[in-house]
Design a protein around this ligand. Structure first.
Ligand code: HEC
Ligand code: HEC
Length: 329
């Protein structure tokens, strides 16, 4: 690998060739969920954001809400290979979970939004998703009396606007965080919390299988983009945002939290099971053109691959209890 490759990608491609195991503490939950100073979380903001997240009146058809695709009962995703949007159109990419998006520095498979506030209006306006004109959303919400008081309590004096809609939705999303899983109890010292298979799987994850080159820390991400050599991929991915050669076909490293709940996998939903994903890594990817330098054949035994899957399952905690809000009238 030429060392010059590291610079032009503007830190998008986080290359770490070290296979040294990270200290267990590096996987501990951060003390608090990060929120911007311009939009600190309050119970009123979260409650408003939750109502908006569940409200199909935000869509052009009054039929699609954020939860249509980010369904709490399906790991905040949709269980589909790729999303189905307005007019039942099948979209090109899989619906990622919104779990732990608060901890990400880039949103979307190609990282085209930085903050949850920036992201929130995108799907409402996208003709293929919720197909609604943003000025219409503001006008329609103003006609729903119940929302007036909610906006006033959440953002006193700011009114119902695109800005307050986005900020409220982002505040709700910051409450959608993973719960403690078997893995968390184990890193905090409960030896019995994880099976021996899962412990071996974690050792491989950090060692021979080199997964921590990209899936790092509490949320198992690196805020970077990588081409994994997926067979048949035609999507340019990050290259559309950062047009340097190494970003062609590169996608954002997704969280592995609650990953047992969010099949199918990858930006195009091409793998139905975690076993298929691990087998992909074991082959070192399929398409070698522009492949990330950290993907190499791993020569894992069948049992070792199963152990890694056991470890991935140990990253799944109790699902968050979500009550469907009463929508304001
Ligand atoms: C039609 C299905 C659909 C609807 C409705 C929808 N989304 Fe999404 N969402 C997706 C897909 C697909 C992506 C990934 C698209 C991409 O990367 O290009 C995504 C990405 C996201 C992400 C980025 C997650 C990450 O890890 O990068 C967030 C946050 C999000 N959506 C929130 C919302 C909110 C808020 C709403 C409602 C205002 C909403 N979505 C409505 C399908 C949907
Ligand atoms: C070079 C960086 C890199 C390495 C090394 C890596 N991953 Fe990934 N991982 C990614 C990226 C990027 C994606 C999404 C790729 C896409 O959709 O095109 C991903 C996707 C996944 C997914 C699917 C998640 C989902 O929600 O769709 C799983 C599971 C996963 N990786 C586990 C692993 C395991 C286990 C290892 C080690 C055997 C590993 N990864 C090694 C970067 C990496």
């Amino acid at each position: 690998m030429k060392s010059g490759m590291m610079i032009p990608a503007l830190l998008d491609l986080v290359i770490s060739m070290s296979v040294q195991a990270a200290p267990k503490e590096s996987f501990l939950r951060p003390d608090k969920v990060p929120a911007p100073s311009s939009n600190q979380m309050t119970p009123e903001r979260v409650e408003l954001g939750k109502a908006l997240f569940f409200d199909p009146r935000l869509s052009g058809s009054n039929w699609i809400s954020c939860t249509t695709c980010h369904n709490p009962a399906l790991g905040w995703s949709d269980g589909l290979p790729t999303a189905i949007g307005h007019g039942m159109k099948i979209l090109g990419r899989a619906t990622p979970t919104i779990l732990n998006t608060a901890y990400q520095r880039k949103q979307m498979w190609d990282g085209r939004f930085r903050t949850l506030e920036e992201q929130a209006l995108g799907p409402i306006a996208a003709d293929v998703e919720m197909n609604q004109n943003l000025d219409n959303v503001v006008a329609e919400l103003k006609e729903i009396t119940g929302y007036h008081a909610m906006f006033e309590k959440a953002y006193p004096g700011e009114g119902i606007s695109k800005d307050t809609i986005a900020k409220a939705i982002a505040s709700f999303e910051r409450t959608v965080v993973s719960s403690d899983a078997a893995f968390d109890r184990w890193i905090k010292g409960d030896e019995k919390a994880m099976s021996d298979y899962a412990k071996k799987g974690f050792a491989l994850f950090e060692g021979k299988a080199n997964c921590t080159a990209c899936h790092q820390g509490f949320n198992f991400i690196d805020d970077g983009f990588h081409n994994l050599g997926l067979k048949g991929n035609q999507d340019a991915g990050r290259h559309a945002q950062v047009p340097v050669a190494v970003m062609m076909g590169a996608f954002k490293t997704p969280t592995l939290r609650d990953v047992a709940l969010t099949a199918p996998y990858m930006h195009n939903g091409m793998y139905k099971t975690l076993d298929e994903v691990v087998a992909h890594y074991n082959r070192g990817g399929d398409v070698k053109e522009n492949l990330d330098p950290n993907l190499k054949p791993l020569n894992l035994t069948e049992q070792e691959q199963k152990d890694i899957v056991e470890f991935l399952k140990a990253l799944t905690g109790e699902p968050m209890m979500v009550t469907v809000p009463h929508l304001p009238q």
